[in-house]
Design a protein around this ligand. Structure first.
Ligand SMILES: [Zn+2]
Length: 509
């Protein structure tokens, strides 16, 4: 073995960052002792055949002290969907354990040093799960897996549609290293045969020399001939040689455009389809069977505590939420608006959000949260009279997040109690407006000329209960409002005359 390890300490990991390329992975490029043992005799380890292994993940969304900046929950759910798709061929599937942990801590949210990441993880980790932290700045990297703290940091800017960063970091968490292991921090000299060894001195990246954190690593350079594939680079023989530690674009075959030359003079192109390469996300497609075997053995052998629930809720959810109310700019009570939707088959939780803008810009968020219920009441005082608000809801369950968010619906916050009647309507009366159950009320009004007239009955949350009248008024108008079937409580009659609304209260005893 050509690997020489000395002392590895946490402080080492922080040091690589200033020298590391921005947005690459800052996972310490060191094989774990477990992986080294495993690779000496993989067949001694159970890998669970084709059985799907279900693995709990704790999601931590880190924001600022003021409570801003958190990664959006619906976007995270979409990322989680991609993660499970990326691991489908490996028969490893993840589920969200417990509540999504929303953290307000500016120092963790934007951390320049893995020291801080270490503090965050060791403070917040939930045992026997893979702990993943969404942060704004991840120690100068796009993400990292920190073995000493057993946690993963994910930089906001590296996540989102098409990103495979999460799969890459969980690959590390389950023991797998870069396909170009040993080349981190080294640059391949194009057109030249690679040296037989790459030498990697982490201490070069340290701002202050500290003998406790010295690590010197010499890695054998992997040959095209596969004669040293069990000990060179990542130690897997079904991952091809790869000397590209600086990121690369791939061609239509998913390979690096750059041809490399191994120490024997044989040429090759890096396989950008591998999640553990530094190819652009668009190239990434798979883990190889040997990588998969190591990850599965790592779970079964080193992390059996993670496998406590092999039947998590994971029913596919195929429907977008329906039955939303209020919709399409309906008036809804300023002080008592309840959002309502129909239960979605398979869903155990819903993320809802209310926003001032139809694009749900987080800066203009009014309310958001997660509920297992199919309704949410907006806190009184959150809405301003006459403004339009937008809302939507995304269903999911712990093991299935590939779901569709509802179409953005809207309502107008309206003071349903104190309102002046619009011009063009006069002599509006509801009598009686305090009724016994089953009694009918009479509604009278007068329009100045022929007007379109619509009358609805709402509950106090603004949900329409009855269409009372749709038609025209040519002057004097009257109708009867039945309270049959209404439970006792306050109701609102909404009257729309040529697009202008007015309201009357109705109390059923
Ligand atoms: Zn990495």
């Amino acid at each position: 073995m050509k690997y020489i390890y000395t002392i590895i300490a946490i402080s080492l990991f922080s040091t690589m960052l200033t020298g590391q390329q921005l947005y690459n992975c800052a996972t310490p490029p060191v094989k774990s002792d477990w992986l080294k043992r495993y690779q000496q005799n993989p067949d001694n380890y159970a890998r669970g055949g084709d059985t799907t292994l279900y693995v709990p993940v704790t999601i931590h969304l880190v924001g600022t002290d003021e409570g801003g900046g958190h990664y959006r929950v619906p976007d995270m759910l979409d990322d989680f969907c991609q993660l499970n798709e990326d691991f489908a061929l490996s028969n490893i599937q993840f589920f969200i354990e417990g509540e999504i942990n929303v953290i307000n801590n500016s120092s963790w949210y934007s951390h320049d040093s893995i020291y801080i990441g270490y503090e965050m993880m060791t403070t917040m980790n939930v045992p026997n799960t893979i702990n993943c932290y969404y942060v704004s700045v991840a120690a100068g990297s796009g993400g990292y897996n920190l073995p000493s703290a057993d946690g993963i940091a994910l930089r906001h800017g590296n996540m989102g549609p098409g990103s495979h960063t999460w799969a890459h970091e969980i690959g590390h968490n389950l023991s797998v290293q870069h396909t170009f292991l040993g080349w981190e921090g080294n640059i391949y000299n194009p057109g030249q045969p690679a040296p037989t060894e790459v030498y990697y001195n982490y201490t070069l990246f340290k701002p202050v020399f500290n003998p406790d954190t010295i690590i010197i690593d010499t890695a054998e350079v992997e040959l095209v001939a596969r004669t040293n594939c069990t000990i060179a680079a990542d130690g897997f023989c079904d991952t091809t040689p790869d000397y590209l530690s600086g990121g690369f674009a791939c061609n239509s075959s998913g390979e690096s455009a750059l041809e490399q030359i191994d120490p024997d003079g044989d040429t090759f192109n890096s396989d950008g389809k591998n999640f553990m390469s530094y190819a652009n996300d668009v190239c990434n497609q798979y883990f190889t069977p040997e990588q998969t075997g190591a990850m599965r053995a790592n779970l079964l052998n080193e992390k059996p505590g993670h496998l406590y629930n092999q039947d998590p809720v994971r029913d596919p959810i195929t429907m977008a939420p329906e039955g939303l109310s209020p919709i399409q700019g309906e008036p809804s009570d300023l002080n008592s608006t309840a959002l309502i939707w129909s239960a979605v088959s398979g869903a155990t939780a819903y993320h809802y959000e209310v926003n001032r803008l139809p694009n749900f810009n987080p800066t203009f968020s009014i309310a958001e949260g997660i509920t297992s219920d199919t309704t949410f009441s907006i806190t009184a005082g959150s809405l301003l009279e006459g403004l339009t608000y937008y809302w939507r809801v995304k269903p999911y369950n712990p093991g299935y997040t590939c779901t569709t968010v509802s179409a953005g619906e809207s309502f107008v916050a309206t003071d349903l109690i104190n309102i002046e009647d619009p011009e063009g309507i006069g002599h509006l009366q509801v009598y009686p407006n305090i009724l016994s159950a089953g009694q009918s009320a009479n509604l009278y009004l007068e329009t100045a000329q022929t007007e379109a007239l619509n009358i609805y009955l709402f509950n106090v949350s603004g949900q329409p209960l009855q269409d009372i009248y749709q038609g025209i008024s040519t002057g004097l108008f009257s109708t009867e409002i039945s309270t049959a079937g209404l439970s006792s409580g306050m109701y609102i009659i909404g009257i729309e005359v040529s697009g202008l609304w007015t309201y009357r209260k109705l109390l059923v005893l």
